[in-house]
Write a protein of this length. Structure first.
Lengths: 422, 142, 495
């Protein structure tokens, strides 16, 4: 059994930031377990720019963003085991892992930070009928083939889903000489960032077909065509609107799911809306000393927020190890109104005299214009409110809530979104 | 007076910039909707001389990865994007490569350099010991 | 090329026959048109070893099912294929259903099936807490079991190969040559094979094959069945195979755990014209989801990780056709092997051996002689399970490839994938590796591991990654190297 103060599961942007922050806060024996051969997680294949504007105040590519953390890490005594798969974690913070050099590893941790990231939803998740030939990829898998492995997965491409990875891949495939015929989105709005629609689709004249979906994939060996159809507001195909587009490749960019199999096997309760563990404001799960951050907790729109959130977890893990956390007698439950999809954290558990703000990350269910996000206490007394011009499900909303507004007897706070009165 | 709506791509906010301009000399008469100085600059630039930073890859020889991510140090004029991509597709670099290293100077005489986006070490050959190549065309099994 | 027996088709029937015949002094060639065995009906079906009470006692379907069911324990232990005899429940909702249950029980008992009983009320829900609350009765049959149909088929083929059978993959049958209505040999995409006996186990295409020899007595129609496979977190949602009361066409839409711990629902039943049509339809998937909902409550479709379809090969007469062709000597037809054909396959193989014996004795005055040695056991390949961590540790220390996890959903190591690529019937495509190791069969459906598996196949077989396919034929995954299209276009413009 190997012993560490802190074990971080995952060496992507979340794990790296969390480990570095714990180190900065005085923790000495830290281990990062990463299943891939290299650190950096998905950033390695995100070769486009647009990262780091908030965190580094400059625009970086994915590999550049990762490199900053990896370089910082190499100057520390944080241990890293790459090519190492965690098989199990239990509530006593005992970790079973394996790699090809050392075989089975049993590790005892003082605290654990879960930073396993997320995986892509597949064709099956959106139940697209038809054949099952080669040429059907999730956008991220295609991105890996193209940017890391060095191979073109397709020449004539249709993309389903307007998530950011899909938009980015539309541009990337086009730049490499492929013909991207269309990006389809079943919702009446794009789920990716507006800037990505502009620079990835509009720049290249790639049509974005809203309220459209693929109603059938055709092809015996390799994809030969897709049938596209209009969809109604219930996301059902409207018969009679079918159109065939010849293509050899279909990419799916239909959302991401936090990868929480280890958390589930450990018995952590998961939030249905986020797909990640339920956490308090320090990103601590319901097991004391086990934290979660980054996309394993909820899917972020920007890696900058992942870094920020992971530092919260890293600091908290450090404080936990030093026994420096002051818990409330009663946790404050964070409730949300119907049009809010989710809020992180789901509860507030600590008293911290030094902090001024508690940071909330949230997403709305549908686009909202000219609104006010308000926070009320258990008696429906409004505590704070924030004006926003435009909220979309594709963008994460960040709210800083002053700590001093929380009273000792507060049992819950509730967030809601209202139309701004003019 | 003709106008142009531009969505700013500099940051995730995606500000909607509206520009009115004079047809004769293309001078801008009014610009609104930008969220910051950079956005204002972008809007004016986008009107007259739209450009984009290109992020792509170049092939690597003897590297532990087959491709090196690269980016142009500044925006490339939009109409040069594909010629520049073609130019880049011919490049092959020898590992090791350091992040920030200039991979190619003055792409197509634009004065813009191509920059490496990560470190790539030299492939040390340890990882895949020589495989006995078994005939793949062996669907006759005996 | 020459063989005593040529078997057409590498499904469960063809491979079971090949293995059974490999116990005898015979030169056997099995032809398969796809790049792997188990590519037709044996790939996509319910994976059920039926108790056998459904078909009438007088039919081959009934007799061979009941004969074969008890054979699976020994077979699966020899072939190292997971098999669980979890029992089945045929659910009744009213008194009419109860009558059917009783009839089935009686029919089964007549054929010698033991241990069946009718359960009802609380006892039923103790067995299956997640049953639809309207369920009232069930016919419990303890001898029913679950298996992976393609793993079983591949193992039969592996076993046949190590016992001397030659399997020609990617080999199409072009014609059958006869003289005076007697088989002379087969013309294949790989050349002519002289033979006196052809065993037609070509599944959906067994009518075409018989036709090539001049026997047009068979007509096979394809009936599609669609399935949903659920994430492993649903693996213990039911404890038994749950059947509805069957209609006249099929056993109906069932709910069952799979032998690897997923939950499977399906199949529906409808005729299709194209015998290669394995597409799934929205209406069909809706039908099976609704159908499954009648048996168990609380299913959540968001956890479906794969949807697929299989085709049943049915004849007009509804029973199996197993026997010497009336029209061509040396042709043995094994056709119309619809449900419970998978279960019946070992008994079908025994029956075909008898047919071969009889034919050789009658026509060639030859005796079918047993080999001195038959290798009944397949070697147990390492399979990672969390139960045997210490053992696995030792294995990694011996061979580091077992410590490199490639498929993170199913926790499959590079060593296991490499073993599959070099197995008796080698895996040469992503799907072939998936069927043997489960790499890519998990919740991400290969989104994470496919690039890695592809690389391993390419390395192990000495191929370029662009040559690796999903499932043989033209199903290449990667079309060119990155930059390949730009360079091509460049060359074109320069001309």
């Amino acid at each position: 059994m190997i012993d560490y103060d802190l074990v971080v599961v995952g060496g992507g942007p979340a794990g790296l930031a969390a480990a570095l922050e714990a180190k900065k806060n005085g923790i000495e024996r830290i281990l990062i377990l990463e299943r891939d051969k290299y650190l950096g997680g998905i950033l390695q294949q995100c070769i486009h720019n647009g990262f780091g504007l908030l965190y580094f105040k400059e625009e970086l590519t994915g590999p550049e963003y990762a490199d900053r953390f990896i370089k910082k890490l190499s100057g520390t005594n944080i241990d890293v085991k790459t090519g190492t798969m965690v098989v199990r974690i239990n509530r006593k913070k005992e970790i079973t892992a394996l790699n090809s050099k050392e075989g089975l590893l049993f590790i005892k941790a003082g605290a654990v930070i879960l930073a396993m990231g997320c995986r892509e939803r597949t064709r099956e998740a959106v139940r697209i009928p038809g054949d099952r030939p080669a040429g059907i990829f999730t956008a991220g898998t295609a991105q890996r083939y193209l940017n890391l492995e060095g191979y073109m997965p397709g020449k004539e491409v249709v993309i389903l889903g307007s998530g950011d990875i899909g938009l980015i891949m539309a541009r990337r495939m086009t730049l490499e000489g492929a013909d991207v015929k269309a990006v389809l989105e079943i919702m009446p709005f794009s789920s990716g960032l507006m800037r990505n629609k502009v620079q990835c689709l509009d720049d290249f004249g790639i049509p974005l077909l809203l309220k459209h979906t693929i109603s059938r994939i055709n092809g015996k060996d390799r994809v030969e065509s897709v049938i596209i159809s209009k969809a109604d507001e219930n996301m059902s195909v409207i018969t009679g609107t079918e159109k065939e587009i010849p293509c050899d490749t279909v990419l799916f960019s239909v959302g991401l799911i936090p990868e929480n199999e280890l958390s589930r096997e450990m018995g952590l309760s998961l939030d249905k809306a986020t797909g990640g563990p339920v956490v308090n404001e320090l990103r601590e799960t319901e097991v004391r000393g086990i934290f979660a951050c980054g996309n394993v907790l909820h899917v972020h729109d920007l890696v900058d927020y992942v870094s920020e959130e992971s530092e919260i977890a890293g600091r908290a893990a450090a404080a936990y190890i030093r026994d420096g956390l002051e818990r409330r007698e009663r946790e404050i439950i964070v409730e949300r109104a119907e049009n809010i999809n989710y809020i992180i954290p789901q509860k507030i558990s600590f008293i911290d005299r030094e902090r001024e703000m508690i940071k909330f990350f949230m997403r709305v269910k549908r686009p909202e214009e000219d609104v006010r996000i308000s926070i009320a206490d258990g008696e429906n007394k409004k505590l704070a409110s924030y004006k926003r011009d435009l909220l979309t499900p594709g963008e994460m909303l960040v709210i800083n809530f002053p700590e001093k507004l929380i009273k000792d007897n507060t049992e819950k706070i509730k967030m809601f979104i209202e139309k701004e009165r003019r | 007076m003709p106008g142009k709506d531009i969505i700013c791509i500099l940051c995730p906010r995606g500000c909607r910039i509206k520009i009115d301009y004079n047809v004769d000399n293309s001078s801008v008469s009014n610009i609104t909707g930008y969220g910051c100085q950079k956005g204002l600059d972008y809007g004016l630039e986008e009107l007259h001389n739209p450009s984009r930073i290109i992020t792509t890859t170049v092939r690597v020889k003897n590297g532990e990865l087959p491709l090196l991510p690269v980016k142009t140090e500044r925006g490339i004029p939009k109409d040069l994007i594909f010629p520049v991509m073609k130019e880049i597709s011919n490049i092959e670099v020898e590992a090791p490569v350091r992040i920030g290293q200039i991979i190619k100077r003055n792409l197509l005489n634009t004065g813009i350099d191509l920059i490496a986006g990560r470190d790539i070490l030299k492939y040390n050959g340890d990882e895949f010991p020589d495989k006995k190549k078994k005939g793949a065309e062996a669907p006759v099994i005996e | 090329m020459e063989a005593d027996v040529v078997i057409i088709g590498g499904g469960v029937v063809g491979t079971a026959i090949a293995r059974e015949l490999s116990k005898y002094e015979l030169k056997i060639i099995l032809l398969e048109k796809e790049e792997d065995v188990a590519m037709g009906s044996s790939k996509a079906n319910s994976g059920i070893i039926h108790a056998g009470y459904n078909a009438d006692a007088g039919t081959l379907r009934g007799k061979l099912n009941v004969r074969a069911n008890p054979l699976f324990d020994k077979l699966c232990s020899e072939l190292k294929v997971p098999f669980k005899r979890i029992g089945s429940l045929l659910i009744g909702f009213n008194e009419d259903d109860l009558k059917v249950l009783k009839e089935k029980k009686e029919n089964g008992e007549k054929m010698g099936i033991t241990g069946m009983k009718i359960v009802s009320g609380e006892d039923l829900f103790k067995l299956e807490p997640n049953l639809n609350e309207k369920a009232r009765f069930a016919l419990f049959a303890p001898s029913a079991g679950i298996i992976s149909s393609y793993e079983f088929t591949i193992a039969l083929a592996d076993s046949a190969v190590i016992n001397g059978v030659k399997i020609y993959l990617d080999t199409e049958l072009i014609d059958i040559e006869t003289e005076n209505r007697r088989v002379l040999g087969v013309k294949t995409s790989r050349g002519f094979i002289k033979t006196g006996i052809i065993i037609n186990a070509a599944g959906l295409f067994s009518d075409n094959i018989a036709g090539m020899a001049g026997d047009n007595s068979i007509e096979i129609k394809a009936y599609k069945g669609e399935y949903h496979l659920f994430d492993k977190k649903w693996g213990d949602y039911v404890n038994h195979i749950i059947f509805p009361v069957p209609d006249r066409k099929s056993k109906g839409i069932l709910v069952t755990p799979t032998v690897h711990g997923n939950l499977l629902i399906g199949p529906n039943f409808y005729a299709v014209d194209d015998k290669d049509d394995l597409g799934v339809s929205s209406a069909g998937l809706e039908e099976i989801y609704q159908g499954a909902g009648k048996l168990v409550s609380g299913l959540d479709r968001r956890d479906v990780i794969a949807s697929y379809a299989g085709l049943r090969a049915k004849t007009e007469g509804d029973d199996f056709i197993i026997g010497h062709s009336d029209l061509v000597k040396g042709l043995i037809n094994v056709a119309g092997i619809q449900s419970p054909g998978f279960t019946a396959s070992p008994a079908i193989a025994e029956m075909v051996v008898d047919l071969v014996r009889e034919y050789l004795a009658r026509e060639k005055k030859q005796e079918l002689r047993k080999k001195d040695y038959f290798q009944s056991e397949l070697a147990q390949r390492p399979v990672f399970t969390e139960a045997d961590l210490d053992e696995w540790d030792e294995l990694i220390k011996k061979d580091a490839a077992y410590g490199e996890i490639i498929c993170r959903c199913e926790k499959i190591s590079k060593g296991e994938i490499r073993d599959a690529i070099h197995g008796p019937v080698p895996a040469r495509s992503l799907d072939a590796v998936k069927r043997r190791t489960r790499a890519g069969a998990g919740r991400c459906q290969g989104a994470f591991c496919a690039p890695r598996v592809l690389k391993i196949i390419a390395e192990e077989l000495g191929l370029k990654p662009t040559e690796i396919t999903k499932k043989g034929g033209n199903s290449r995954i990667l079309l060119t190297e990155t930059k390949g299209l730009l360079l091509q276009k460049g060359e074109y413009h320069d001309d």
